[in-house]
Design a protein around this ligand. Structure first.
Ligand code: SF4
Length: 226
């Protein structure tokens, strides 16, 4: 059976620095393409899928800087790549870009059959197609330039919601999204201060305590990891 192919911007092994899996050794698979248009996005090089940026996996893996280059790979070939690289982590984080622009069922189901756990980090603006065992992190993006609406089915599928915050307006946005979910289907909520600013961090800490939510601190940035 032909597997859905993926356009990959970057693959690397590190520690997951955010949310429930903080501290877990992980293989990150960053997919190319995102039309959501967040102004503070720190992966703008993944936004466009330009045909002239298509490259080989060897060239993309050899790069040690941010680039808009990408390569096409099937899920099975991706696991060959993990072996070639000598990766030992057993948790795979599929990120982007917006990974849910791709059908991720083949990749996540194959990963689970090989003994990996999987996680998707998504904006929640596309349908999430993945294994039922995948841990889904929705980081809601509301009123962004691309004009994409948050999807109720994405919120319902979320195991955790990781919300970037700097001010009360962001909490109000989150509250209005949470009203879409039944009381018994509320996921874990993590607040993540935007850009590690002190004011945003203080605000997130105060709100987490008031609301009994959790704090996510992008710990990888504090210890100099990608
Ligand atoms: S959804 Fe993610 S990758 Fe896309 S623009 Fe927003 S922050 Fe960047």
């Amino acid at each position: 059976m032909q597997q859905a192919s993926l356009k990959v911007n970057e693959v690397f092994e590190s520690l997951q620095g955010e949310g429930s899996y903080t501290g877990a050794p992980s293989i990150f698979v960053r997919l190319q393409g995102c039309p959501v248009g967040c102004s503070w996005c720190d992966t703008k090089h993944t936004w466009q899928i330009n045909l002239e940026d298509e490259s080989s996996s060897e060239d993309v893996m050899a790069q040690n800087f941010e680039s808009s280059q990408w390569f096409t790979v099937t899920p099975a070939s991706l696991f060959d790549l993990f072996s070639q690289q000598g990766y030992v982590a057993k948790h795979i984080v599929i990120t982007g870009g917006e990974p849910c622009m791709f059908d991720l069922r083949d990749l996540t189901e194959l990963a689970h059959s090989l003994g990996y756990t999987t996680q998707i980090e998504t904006s929640g603006t596309f349908e999430i197609l993945c294994s039922s065992k995948t841990w889904v992190t929705v980081s809601p993006k509301v009123n962004m330039k691309g004009g994409y609406e948050m999807r109720e089915d994405a919120l319902l599928r979320a195991n955790e919601i990781k919300h970037p915050v700097a001010m009360q307006k962001h909490i109000d946005e989150l509250d209005s999204l949470l009203t879409l979910l039944p009381k018994d289907k509320q996921p874990l909520i993590y607040l993540q201060p935007i850009s590690q600013q002190k004011r945003a961090t203080d605000f997130a800490v105060k709100t987490c305590i008031q609301r009994n939510w959790r704090l996510s601190l992008q710990t990888h940035k504090f210890i100099g990891l990608e």
